[in-house]
Design a protein around this ligand. Structure first.
Ligand code: GTP
Ligand code: MG
Length: 287
């Protein structure tokens, strides 16, 4: 079912490959993911497919599969996540206030969410093909204190934000709100919600903030490995209901990920590449 052309820097069947002094995670690339048994590969590439069977037949599946890129598009996107001399991926700068934020022309995407929801881990997973890019994660909430900018060549920038809620930096609102309102090149905000615990009060406040800002944003459901499928499905359906009833700027499809197991990482890379205009999709039902 899944067949990819061989990338010169990867050999199939080899779990870990060295592209730098650091090891690349065995599931970082599509090349390896697609050599797994079809069912496993399917759930890595399209995590919603895993849950679909548990949904009542009356539930409309369409909103969950609006963005459903084919392998060719995911492969195109993945190439952007390899650092080369001509396309360098690196940590650029950290900013505490809007006037410290670098003036960059390329489209930008940012990741916001409660402290500990998995923002930095998700960016680390996106960059797992370039492990020399250091993205710091911690089990202690409130770890990321500044807005951290990572450049992906001249294609786009990814911004890791501090979290809100428990142990958030006290100037969180002063730091993040002006950015979300004022950043001209912001192509998309990704609002992360922990799929294993569902929507919390702090998530509702963030969602209201995103609605007030009226710029396009997407909900990413994190840590989907951390709970049973029943819990995840309940949390997902509650979220979906809220998105349908109470949002206007939110993309109807929540993106499901596990940074730990790489579920959904390939699809999210493709989404980021797409919304920043870095690739032209050949095969999806919607942009
Ligand atoms: N099981 C599981 N744990 C995860 C996943 N993603 C992140 N974690 C764990 O969640 C904790 C917080 O991860 P971070 O990525 O640092 O969270 P953050 O949102 O950046 O947190 P702040 O910077 O404090 O706002 C760490 O212990 C991670 O290992 C996941 O997909 N699955
Ligand atoms: Mg962080």
């Amino acid at each position: 079912m899944f067949r990819l052309r061989l990338c010169p820097w990867l050999r199939p069947g080899i779990g870990v490959c060295k592209v730098s002094r650091q090891s690349v995670h065995k599931l970082a690339s599509l090349q390896v993911a697609t050599t797994l048994p079809p069912k496993k590969a399917q759930s890595l590439l399209y995590p919603f497919s895993e849950l679909e069977g548990y949904l009542d037949s009356s539930v409309d599946r369409t909103p969950f599969q609006l963005f459903h890129p084919g392998l060719e598009d995911m492969e195109k996107a993945e190439k952007l996540f390899y650092s080369t001399p001509a396309h360098k991926i690196d940590y650029y700068i950290s900013a505490e206030r809007m006037d410290h934020v670098p003036a960059l022309k390329q489209p930008e995407v940012c990741f916001i969410g409660r402290s500990n929801v998995g923002k930095s881990s998700l960016i680390k997973a996106l960059f797992s093909l370039t492990p020399e890019v250091e993205v710091r994660v911690s089990k202690n909430p409130g770890h990321t204190k500044k807005m951290n900018f990572f450049r992906v060549g001249k294609a786009f920038t990814i911004v890791d934000m501090p979290g809100y809620g428990h142990r958030a930096p006290k100037d969180f609102v002063d730091m993040v709100e002006p950015y979300l309102y004022g950043r001209k090149n912001l192509a998309r905000t990704f609002l992360l919600v922990d799929g294993s615990v569902g929507l919390q009060r702090a998530d509702m406040i963030a969602l209201e903030m995103c609605e007030e800002i009226r710029r396009p944003y997407v909900i990413v459901v994190t840590k989907i490995d951390k709970c049973g499928q029943g819990t995840l499905l309940t949390n997902l359906m509650n979220l979906q209901d809220l998105v349908k009833r109470q949002t206007t700027s939110c993309f109807p499809q929540p993106i499901l990920v596990s940074s730990m197991h790489f579920w959904g990482i390939y699809l999210l890379r493709c989404f980021v590449a797409h919304v920043t205009g870095s690739i032209k999709l050949t095969n999806t039902s919607q942009s």
